[in-house]
Ligand binder design. Sequence first.
Ligand SMILES: C[S@@+](CC[C@H](N)C(=O)[O-])C[C@H]1O[C@@H](n2cnc3c(N)ncnc32)[C@H](O)[C@@H]1O
Length: 214
Amino acid sequence: MQIKQFVKLAIGRVRQWSGPAFAIQRVRTYDEYVRTQRAGFEAKRATVFARPENIAAIASYAAARGPVRSVLCHGTRNGAEQRFFREALGDVTVLGTEIGEGASTYPNTIEWDFHETKPEWIGAWDLIYSNSWDHAFNPEKAIKAWVSCLRPNGILVLEHSEHHTVAHVRDLDPFGASFSGLIKFCNLAAVPRSVIATLSLPYRLNDQRAVVIG
Ligand SMILES: C[S@@+](CC[C@H](N)C(=O)[O-])C[C@H]1O[C@@H](n2cnc3c(N)ncnc32)[C@H](O)[C@@H]1O
């Protein structure tokens, strides 16, 4: 790791320890939230934040616990993470939700607000993943919805990085948390589930880590 990167990570960690555990910026109305997210989607259609090596590490953690037949990803933009999960796990069912207009044209993607569930998703998924939880309008509702979709032995994995911290809260990313703040928040919101592990991820340029809820 370069010295500049090390210093950046160290400052980020100190900010996380010393600042608020989490923060929510109330977007005025739900319609305004959807408009903001869709504009962000349009502006960044080609961008991919998820890293294949991190998705592979999450897939292999999940597979070590038991068979992974189905993966649901939330806030997937152009569908790259669905592809990475299939590369890691083989021919399993993978679906991504994305609020951006026209998102269903991407493979294995449904244009959908991740705060909502479909009846057939309840208790149906082995692995649920998101690096987009900081885009939630109502993070408590989103996390409750996501854990309701887990199979009894299923896990929810939330990726955290420098970009998910309170310092980055704004209209497009209305929720932010330190890593320990995210753990606390999940333990409150995910009941009867709770945080069972944390993962260090192989690609960690932006201090990527993950929280596992089971
Ligand atoms: C930071 S980007 C991450 C995209 C992708 N996961 C990646 O790694 O490149 C967040 C994505 O979540 C989407 N999003 C925001 N709110 C959403 C919602 N309520 N339901 C579904 N997708 C949402 C945004 O449109 C955006 O594409």
